[in-house]
Design a protein around this ligand. Sequence first.
Ligand code: ADP
Ligand code: MG
Length: 567
Amino acid sequence: MCDEANTPTLRACIDLPLRQDELLEVTAKAKDYAIMHGAAMRSKTNYSADALNFAPFVLVPSSFPRKEFEKAIALQPIINRLMHNVAHDEEFITTTLAETVKVDEFTADLFNIYKKVLANGFTQRTSLGMLRSDLMLESGCPELLPKHACDGEAMDEGKGVSTAATAGGGGDDEDEAKGSNVNTNLPKIYQNTVKTPTTAKAASKATSTATKKSGAAYCCWKQVEINTIASGFGHLGPASKTIQSFVLRELGHADKLKNMPKNDALSGLCDGMVKAWDIYGKKDAVILFIIEDISYNICDQRFHEFYIREQYPHIKVVRRTLTDVHKLGKLGQCKELLLDGIEVAVIYFRAGYEPGHYHSQAEWDARYLMECSLAIKCPSIQYHLAGTKKVQQALAQPAVLERFINDPEEIKAVGKIFTGLYSLDDNDAGNSTYEMALKTPERFVLKPQREGGGNNVYGLEIPEALKKMSRVERSAWILMDLIHPPLSKGYMVRPGGDMPPTVVDMVSELGIFGVIIGDADHIVHNYQAGHMLRTKLSTANEGGVAAGLGALDSPYLIDSDDEGEYN
Ligand code: ADP
Ligand code: MG
């Protein structure tokens, strides 16, 4: 997917490649370590409920600019609040989805539940939001041009460097110190070398001025999507750090561990469920996980359950499918959800986000039953709808954020995370999006209202896909600018993969978790809750780990003004 010749490469956290014997030994150890620490999944090709494979992982952590990581963490409670406010804005959800529900049956089915619940009044006003905001670094960030700094501080004092961070070609592995072919416009976190007309001396001066002044502002990130349902990897995120810390120690780099940020995703998310359970306030009521018929990503789910059982042994967790709920569930006198007579306090959906999870009307009836109940849902139907791609596209339009956020600084900060998102509704704006997509499809990704990966259409395939649709059908989709993340080099380790693995070009996607609990009038809890990093081959369009394309990873934080951090 990347135009690799023009894409900068982030510096690796250790020197690569590793010696063959060392690589073989540490990879074999790391695979066992992964399985034995629950960084595992059930095989899709050779399924057995009694066996696990290690989940694909990247051997050493991938670099990520510290400043951008910290920005993402700091912004999460604001994004949480934004999504909470969107979820409680009936008019906004209804108008935004009006065209989509005419043609997208799945969104329409969810929307109908929402309308019915609205008509009857919400039995449970409190919602539990466990969100994950997914983002990628943008190496061609418009805000970097011509300054190379997202925050506008860097390289702006006429010190002689003015072209884009992505400018130039090349990407060989020559030593930066040689100077004459260093791309002075690339900050020091990058390791590729590109010919420029600047002299070595001037280059070195300009670069060091720039990096010192920028304080690591060299690349910005853009939101890929926001998940409001089944935001996975609360366990696998921290587990990735555990494996990679082990590997770094084995390789004699224990000193590097300090640059791997702490990750409390599992406890943060589970504590969110427990806080909701407390609000519900009945000591015998359980937490219900709604699961698929077969859970391939079993470790991630089970570790949530095990954490709750270990830390809060008085709270019981049960796992049921939508079909089970249809068979066993009914509402009690006060509309409490009863499963075979057991009262449910909190419902955590790890399924229900794609049409395939609803085999028949029975599963839809189960979803509706739960929405009508007194149980606190994660997500409630309005939160689920707030997480649609269509709503994300609407939020990225000018002036829309003002409806949900009061503070102008916060509006500015959130506004910056959106890349171009365009409506394909059946109107003038939608038609110009259509024309733009046909003219320059390589700039875009086309997305339907679906979750779980594998549904998008990329670049040159977009015109054919769009031409097959009627004008009305197009409104089920949105168009989005492609993000161009910088590359990193590393080893991807997969079950059944080559031994030893080879160094490959990769790109990463960071997910920041957030927990928010409240109703339309009050927010009672709102916090950031850890992170996860997924990495895929730079040539792949999508990188779902459960879908088999991505690999577990965790961030290694780097600063552009700290020479000591580099190879
Ligand atoms: P899903 O709900 O199916 O996860 P996403 O919007 O997250 O849908 O897209 C799936 C994957 O496609 C992402 O994880 C990312 O790898 C890739 N992707 C999505 N949007 C973009 C984009 N704008 N630029 C580059 N890659 C993207
Ligand atoms: Mg996604």
